[in-house]
Design a protein around this ligand. Structure first.
Ligand code: MG
Ligand code: MG
Length: 263
């Protein structure tokens, strides 16, 4: 069974989701050459705690940190390190928080200074893929409609759509039913009903869709070691269509303020 949330529960989830969005907005100010992902992780941990919530990822399946920090060819689940970010890198930050008994979960891939235009196009197409997927998250549609929208947009650019990792239902658990693949067929898969909450999160590679896992048991890399992008929203299926609980407005305001590329 796919959990259905009451309108009251969805309002609680909106608070959790917005806290994660604000955390990413705070991090957006700090992402620059020289900063380490461990420093970003510490800031995220403290910010979430200061807002009366708990890190959603720390300790989840024994993950050691608050952020998944996945630079360049890392797809997802990168562990924060002491290596400073450098000009031209991209860094995917995925963050979770638990507030009021519910999880929020959101990711954004940041450019670090000036990036290769080819990589900037990948980021933009992945963002667009996310928005197209979100539009399909409405009652009466099926999970396959979301994946189809993402896959057809990203593959039209020649990018690789990762198959092994998928979005998910979200609620009192970080990962609930259903799985939300970033590929699929229109009209196929579980039916979407009002009150379901989904984390939609395309993971898109510049080159091959194939992935590798590092020996740390966590880090997922693009098999051809080319760039990979990841954006994520939490979306409630509402009566009037998708109700996006997260927002990128805090990230975008921070990036605009410092004159950085807004994807
Ligand atoms: Mg996430
Ligand atoms: Mg997620």
């Amino acid at each position: 069974m796919i959990p259905i949330k009451t309108p009251e529960e969805i309002e609680l989830m909106r608070e959790s989701a917005l806290l994660v969005s604000r955390t990413l907005g705070m991090l957006a100010e700090k992402v620059e050459p020289g900063v380490t992902t461990l420093e970003l992780d510490k800031l995220a941990y403290e910010f979430i705690l200061d807002h009366g919530a708990k890190s959603g990822f720390l300790g989840l399946y024994d993950f050691p940190n608050t952020l998944c920090a996945s630079p360049n060819d890392q797809v997802v689940h990168g562990i924060p390190t002491n290596t400073p970010l450098k000009e031209g890198d991209i860094i995917s930050l995925d963050c979770g928080a638990r507030l009021n008994g519910f999880y929020g979960d959101q990711a954004y891939t940041f450019p670090v200074g000036e990036i290769d235009p080819k990589v900037a196009k990948l980021l933009k197409a992945t963002r667009e893929g996310l928005e197209l997927g979100v539009k399909q998250a409405k009652a009466g549609n099926r999970i396959g409609d979301i994946g189809h929208a993402i896959q057809s947009h990203c593959e039209a650019h020649g990018y690789g759509v990762v198959r092994e990792l998928v979005g998910h239902g979200l609620g009192k658990q970080m990962h609930e039913k259903p799985e939300v693949p970033n590929y699929g067929k229109q009209g196929k898969g579980p039916l979407l009903r009002k009150g379901m909450v989904l984390a939609i999160e395309p993971m898109i590679n510049l080159g091959t869709k194939r992935i590798l896992q590092l020996r740390d048991g966590w880090t997922i890399l693009a098999a051809d070691r080319q760039a990979s992008a990841h954006y994520e929203h939490d979306v409630a299926i509402g009566a009037e269509g998708p109700d996006v609980l997260t927002t990128f407005k805090y990230v975008e305001a921070a990036l605009e303020k410092k004159g950085a590329l807004v994807i």
